[in-house]
Design a protein around this ligand. Structure first.
Ligand code: NAP
Length: 228
């Protein structure tokens, strides 16, 4: 069944590849970008491959931007069935010295997905169908030791917790899961990473297209559950 997917932070990296894979699977794709010009540049690459995507302006850290995006989509009669919260920032720096990295990390990595969830999930529940994918990281996993930059790790651990609680409030037919793409060759991951964007995006495709009896409130990597 064809659904409409919104992918945030999709003008490059893993988000752009998630758009590609969802469009290839036959879904209508809304390519979210905080800078629409960068979004159009990215969309042109997909269109050159014969894939049809629509660019939407959305800065997930700004509730007004998220609401404006939802209002524009509503005006065009577009529902969001699949929400992929991919936008993220790495937020380097220590917690106790230097500039505080936490506010910026939380604004995008935690409050961003909350802002979009609050705007798009109630309508999914009302229609009785929805899929929400939070692109997190094993650096936010307690089991894996909360590695990486401190504020990033804390923000992704909080995103994992948010996933569990959103799943509880999601309503019938709406499945909410978190995932780790692995270490991926993007601007964030760097050239030395061991995974391609295709590999990194695959679990997002899997979770966005889960069957109705699929899991909710879980954490996945390589299409399999992993420990929090
Ligand atoms: P990336 O290449 O740095 O891309 C990040 C994307 O997020 C860009 O499109 C960026 O837009 C967007 N973004 C940042 N702040 C935003 C905001 N406030 N509103 C909307 N969009 C915003 O990173 P990536 O490697 O593709 O990462 C994608 C996701 O995977 C992130 O959540 C990241 O934490 C996660 N992840 C990545 C790795 C890895 O190894 N790469 C590993 C684990 C998890 P601009 O172009 O406008 O800056």
């Amino acid at each position: 069944m064809t659904k409409r997917a919104l992918v945030t932070g999709a003008n490059r990296g893993i988000g752009l590849e998630i758009c590609r894979q969802l469009a290839k699977a036959g879904h209508a794709v809304l390519l979210g970008a905080r800078d629409p010009a960068l979004g159009e540049e990215a969309a042109a690459k997909l269109r050159a491959e014969g894939l049809d995507v629509t660019v939407v302006e959305i800065d997930v850290s700004k509730p007004a931007s998220v609401k404006k995006c939802a209002a524009a989509l509503k005006k065009q009669g577009h529902d969001v069935d699949m929400l992929v919260n991919n936008a993220g920032v790495i937020a380097e720096g220590k917690l106790l010295s230097g500039p505080d990295p936490m506010k910026g990390a939380l604004a995008v990595n935690l409050l961003g997905p909350l802002n979009t969830a609050r705007v798009f999930m109630p309508a999914m529940a009302a229609r009785g169908w929805g899929r929400v994918v939070n692109v997190s990281s094993t650096w936010g996993s307690f089991e894996s030791g909360l590695e990486g930059p401190a504020a990033y790790a804390v923000s992704k651990a909080a995103l994992n917790a948010l996933t569990v609680r959103l799943a509880r409030e999601a309503g019938e037919g709406v499945l909410v899961n978190a995932m780790c793409p692995g270490w991926v060759r993007t601007r964030m991951g760097g050239d030395g990473a061991d995974r391609s964007v295709e590999e990194g995006a695959d679990t997002a495709l899997f979770l966005a297209t889960l069957p109705d009896d699929g899991p909710s409130g879980g954490f996945f990597r390589d299409r399999a559950p992993i420990a929090w």
